[in-house]
Write a protein that binds this ligand. Structure first.
Ligand code: CLF
Ligand code: SF4
Length: 475
């Protein structure tokens, strides 16, 4: 190819592309267009991870925060029908806690059975620590669950690293502690993953990056994951705050920094395809990955409605029309973006001089630069050269710059400056003079001339606009 980009060596089969096309987690491209819903039907767990306190959400698949609404399988399915009639871009239902999906098999499989009956257009997804995959492999196959996430934090066979992560593992009526528990869990995880892959299920492996405990271990996990035929690997930075009440937080284990995450991702990417757009969602999350509409829906809205009423509201036909429109829009967008994005490119392929820049973007949805700086609570970060770009990560902040009418006059930018400190350019729909000046202190160029334009081609154009790569070469 003239631009120097090599063809993707791991080109995906048609069958896999079809499976991931509208799954917001398995496809980076899909996540700005399609939504997920998590139904919190699984309260119990069969292991104790030291980063988890189940009064909060499961840290495997969620950021800390109480699950506001636990549901029975029937309520869960009614919620899916109710929400699916409103959030028409919803394409997948996931069971991701607050405990472990396969430690609650009755609720999990009853939910999937009802979903297959009432909402056959929706994808089924679950997340597990892996201890019980082997035990329930037949049910998993029976309900045609195409996407399974297994959390695998270490592949250390001695159990030493695992013993620093898991307090205990409960299996067949017996509790195993320390290295013994960790070894048992690892053997079940590896067997389970292999069984899933052998049955053609797309497996995603999540690993929680725990500073000073498994940061050197994760490249080994990546290698193993590749060997097992796992589809994608997701490194999730530990979020650790005293108020979460986890063993790690109480013992002073710190959250993983952006810098550490990036370097571990870099080391892991050598071996396996990485997921970089995970939002560590709540066990009851609803909406696009970058948003959480969970608090818009209440049990009283759907629990007492009949299936008939809810099926009318779900409107399978209307949902299919919406998905068709999304696909048309994705087509248009992909042409406009001119293949600027090259997911697996290295620095040499991105840039004629092997040097790249980091570009932050504010976006609400639809693959466009369509969010004001003031309301942004997350920033998409791209690495850009003069030849192409790639998506690196997203960074969240707890509070947006502008707090809305109630918080007028109280602008805090320090958290945002910290999150964007290594970035070179910010592309946003609109930004005021005050924050722009503040961001000059971290040498961040703010540009609103790409407002409402497609993200990927804009990132490439912005990098070319501000950085003369040829000039750099001469210097
Ligand atoms: Fe949910 Fe997980 Fe399925 Fe996605 S989430 S069960 S695979 S539908 Fe997605 Fe959320 Fe990250 Fe999980 S962004 S935490 S990876
Ligand atoms: Fe918590 Fe999930 Fe670990 Fe169970 S598997 S202890 S719910 S993080």
């Amino acid at each position: 190819m003239s631009c120097g980009i090599t063809q993707n060596k791991n080109a995906l089969s048609e069958n896999i592309l079809k499976k991931i096309n509208n799954h917001p987690c398995y496809s980076q491209n899909a996540h700005q267009h399609y939504a997920r819903i998590h139904v919190a039907i699984a309260p119990a767990c069969n292991i104790q991870c030291d980063y988890c306190n189940r009064k909060y959400d499961c840290s495997n698949e969620s950021r800390p925060g109480v699950t506001s609404c636990r549901l029975t399988p029937e309520e869960a399915v009614k919620k899916v029908l109710y929400v699916g009639g409103i959030v028409k871009q919803m394409s997948v239902v996931g069971i991701a806690g607050p405990g472990d999906a396969l430690a609650n098999p009755k609720q999990t499989f009853e939910t999937f059975r009802l979903l297959k009956k009432y909402a056959p257009d929706i994808k089924l997804c679950l997340s597990t620590n892996g201890l019980n995959i082997e035990k329930y492999i037949d049910e998993i196959t029976k309900y045609n669950i195409e996407h399974i996430t297994v959390t695998l934090n270490t592949v250390d066979e001695s159990g030493e690293i695992g013993s620093k992560i898991y307090s205990w593992v409960y299996h067949e009526g017996k509790r195993y502690a320390g290295a013994q528990g960790a070894k048992l869990l690892l053997s079940k995880q590896l067997r389970g993953i292999k069984m899933l892959v052998d049955r053609g299920i797309l497996v995603k492996v999540n690993a929680v990056l725990i500073p000073n405990i498994n940061e050197d271990e994760l490249p080994k996990v990546a290698k193993k994951v590749k060997e097992l035929g796992v589809f994608i690997f997701n490194v999730m930075p530990l979020i650790s705050k005293p108020e979460h009440g986890t063993k790690f937080a109480l013992n002073g284990v710190k959250s993983a920094s952006h810098k550490l995450l990036m370097s571990v991702q870099e080391a892991c990417e050598v071996d396996v395809k990485l997921m970089r757009h995970c939002r560590q969602c709540r066990a009851d999350a609803v909406g696009l990955l970058g948003e959480d509409r969970g608090d818009e829906f209440f049990k009283k809205d759907f629990a007492d409605k009949s299936y008939e009423e809810l099926l009318n509201h779900y409107d399978t036909r209307g949902r299919a029309d919406t998905h068709e429109k999304i696909e048309k829009w994705r087509d248009t967008l992909s042409k406009a973006n001119e293949r600027a994005l090259q997911e697996e490119a290295g620095k040499r392929e991105l840039s004629s001089i092997g040097e790249t820049k980091l570009v932050a973007v504010t976006s609400r949805s639809d693959g466009l630069i369509n969010e004001h700086f003031g309301s942004a609570k997350e920033f998409l970060i791209y690495e850009a050269g003069d030849r192409a770009i790639r998506f690196i990560t997203h960074r969240k902040v707890e509070t947006s710059y502008c707090k809305g009418p109630d918080g007028c006059g109280t602008y805090v930018i320090d958290e945002i400056k910290k999150a964007l400190t290594d970035c070179d350019i910010l592309l946003t729909q609109k930004i005021g003079d005050c924050p722009r000046k503040e961001l000059e202190h971290i040498a961040l160029i703010c540009d609103e001339s790409f407002a409402d334009e497609p993200i990927e081609i804009s990132v490439l154009k912005a990098a070319r606009k501000y950085f003369s790569f040829e000039k750099l070469k001469v210097c």
